[in-house]
Structure formats: structure tokens, C-alpha cells
Design a binder for this molecule. Structure first.
Ligand code: SAM
Length: 289
């Protein structure tokens, strides 16, 4: 199918059901066939896979996923889309639509119910207003997950994928890269959607690491130290760490930096994952946590 045809199909469905887009639910439906193929191809789905999709919309991506996967479990918050999905996906027998808010869904229960013995793959054109909470819930709750291939705002994709000493590098980069290898696999201009969103988009692939390659004494403390290090981007690491609050003051910061063998005059944004790990482990010793 070409893009003109998929534009027309989407518009026809929307008008047939008198569907009204809800901006606050991030409803921008994908109508670019090339981007659609890029998402599905980079998810590398096989016939044994269970795919969790967040926000199926009118089912365009859902259908493509269902051709490759064993089953697709799609969580959609908008009850007005449920009768539309029943019709657009009527010929597919391996799709389960659940009318629920993904943020209120028990993710472990979901995976246990539909794929108890095999890690799932998440594929979604995400509602942008909750991109970070969705990603971080799957990762922090350690949901049995192989990969996430998700369409998100381009700026957020760049931040997740950023390397040290760049303007996009921040606590989100470190948090996601702690759990996953990251790769931007496609770009999507505004015109790839109906209605057009206000921002450009990108598809990012997050591959959950089997081995994180670092040993942490206290994982919560690691995330606290990362947040502290980025809390004052223009100040030195010593200043940012000393004034953050929850990890002690100047004395503790000096000691931890010395143990970790990190120059106190550096800026937080220059530290890589291994240095953050050393710093957090040094703090664990200093704070006895
Ligand atoms: N997958 C479709 C596509 O690619 O055309 C639609 C993607 S659209 C960007 C986001 C979808 O997520 C919408 O269908 C919206 O109703 C749904 N959604 C928004 N918030 C949600 C939430 N909290 N839980 C589940 N679905 C949600």
C-alpha cells in the first residue's frame, strides 16, 4: 500500500465512526507505510513472540505486528476506539485488545498471563505525554522484556541515545542506558501522522542488556547520584553533589569523589556509565548504605 492509500483508509475509518481525536491522549495515527515497515522490521519479531502494544489507535501497526507474532496484546485507554478496533481487526485471531490505562496496568501480571515462559517485546507508537513514565516503568519494574521498539518525540530519542559530553546527555540517557543498549532506527516527519503532531518523531530500539557490565552496591543510590550530578549542569561535580541534599554535603562529596578517583572540578555531564557506577559505589561506602 502507498502512503496516499493509507491516508485515505485512516480518514475513511475516522469519518465512518465519527471518531474525534483527543489531543490530550496523544492521538496521532501513523499513515506512513515506510515508517511502519521500519518499526516492524527492527522489532525482529518471530512466530513465538508475544508483542505488547501500547495504544493501538485504529489498529494499523497492530495488524502488521499480528502477521509476524504469535500474539499481540494491545492496551488502549480510549473506549471509543474499541468498537473500531473490533471491526478493523475482525479478520485477525491472534490479537487481544484490552481497554485499560497502561500506567494503571500491572505489567508483571500482564506478562504472566499472556507469556509466562518467554520474555515479551514491546512495540508502540507511544502517546508522547507519557513516554518517559512508560519506558521507566517497564525497565525499573524489571518486566521480563527482550526489546522495546517505540516511536517517540525526536528530542526524547536523542536524549535517551546521547553520549557523554554532549548537550543531550542527561539523567535519562544514563537511566535508560543502564538497562538497555539504545539505537535510533528511524525518523518520522510530522507528515507521517494524522493529525500532524507539533514535533518530529523518531523510532528508538531499546535492547535490554543481559549483562549490565557494572556492579552496583546500591542501585537506588546509583540513580540518586546520577540525578545529583546532573542537577546543576553549569556547576562542578563537587558543587552539584554537595548541594543536592539526599546524599550528604561537601564532606561526603569530596570523600566519594576521591575514592572513585574522579576530578571534583569536572562537570557531571562528562562522566560515563562506569564512572557513575564507581562514584555511586564510593558513596555507598561513605554513607554506609
Ligand atoms: N498505534 C496507533 C498508530 O500507530 O497509528 C496509534 C498511536 S497514537 C500516537 C497513541 C495511542 O495511545 C492512541 O490510540 C491513544 O488513545 C493511546 N493512549 C493514550 N494514552 C494511553 C494510556 N495511558 N494507556 C493506553 N493507551 C493510551
Amino acid at each position: 500500500m502507498n502512503n496516499l492509500a493509507s491516508h485515505k483508509i485512516t480518514k475513511d475509518i475516522v469519518s465512518k465512526y465519527g471518531f474525534r481525536f483527543t489531543k490530550s491522549l496523544g492521538q496521532n495515527f501513523l499513515v506512513d507505510e515506510h515508517v511502519l515497515s521500519q518499526i516492524v522490521d527492527s522489532a525482529e519479531i518471530d512466530s513465538e513472540d508475544t508483542v505488547i502494544e501500547i495504544g493501538p489507535g485504529i489498529g494499523t501497526l497492530t495488524r502488521e505486528l499480528s502477521y509476524r507474532a504469535k500474539q499481540v496484546i494491545s492496551i488502549e485507554i480510549d473506549k471509543n476506539l474499541i468498537p473500531i478496533l473490533s471491526e478493523t481487526l475482525a479478520d485477525r485471531d491472534n490479537i487481544k485488545i484490552i481497554n485499560q490505562d497502561i500506567l494503571k496496568t500491572d505489567l508483571h501480571e500482564l506478562v504472566n498471563e499472556f507469556s509466562p515462559n518467554r520474555k515479551v517485546k514491546v512495540v508502540a507508537n507511544l502517546p508522547y505525554y507519557i513516554t518517559t513514565p512508560i519506558i521507566m516503568r517497564f525497565l525499573e519494574e524489571k518486566v521480563p522484556l527482550k526489546t522495546m521498539v517505540i516511536m517517540i518525540q525526536k528530542e526524547v530519542a536523542n536524549r535517551i541515545n546521547a553520549v557523554p559530553s554532549t548537550k543531550d546527555y542527561g539523567s535519562l540517557s544514563v537511566a535508560v542506558q543502564y538497562y538497555c543498549d539504545t539505537d535510533i532506527v528511524a525518523k518520522a516527519p510530522k507528515g507521517a501522522f494524522i493529525p500532524e503532531p507539533g514535533v518530529d518523531s523518531a523510532v528508538i530500539k531499546l535492547e535490554v542488556k543481559e549483562d549490565k557490565g557494572i556492579e552496583l552496591i546500591n542501585e537506588d543510590l546509583f540513580f540518586e547520584v546520577v540525578k545529583a550530578a546532573f542537577s546543576k549542569r553549569r556547576k562542578t561535580l563537587l558543587n552539584a553533589l554537595s548541594t543536592f541534599g539526599s546524599i550528604g554535603g561537601k564532606q561526603e562529596a569530596k570523600m566519594a569523589l576521591e575514592i572513585a578517583n574522579i576530578d571534583a572540578q569536572l562537570r557531571g555531564e562528562t562522566l560515563d556509565m562506569k564512572q557513575f557506577a564507581s562514584l555511586a559505589n564510593a558513596y555507598a561506602k561513605v554513607l554506609n548504605k
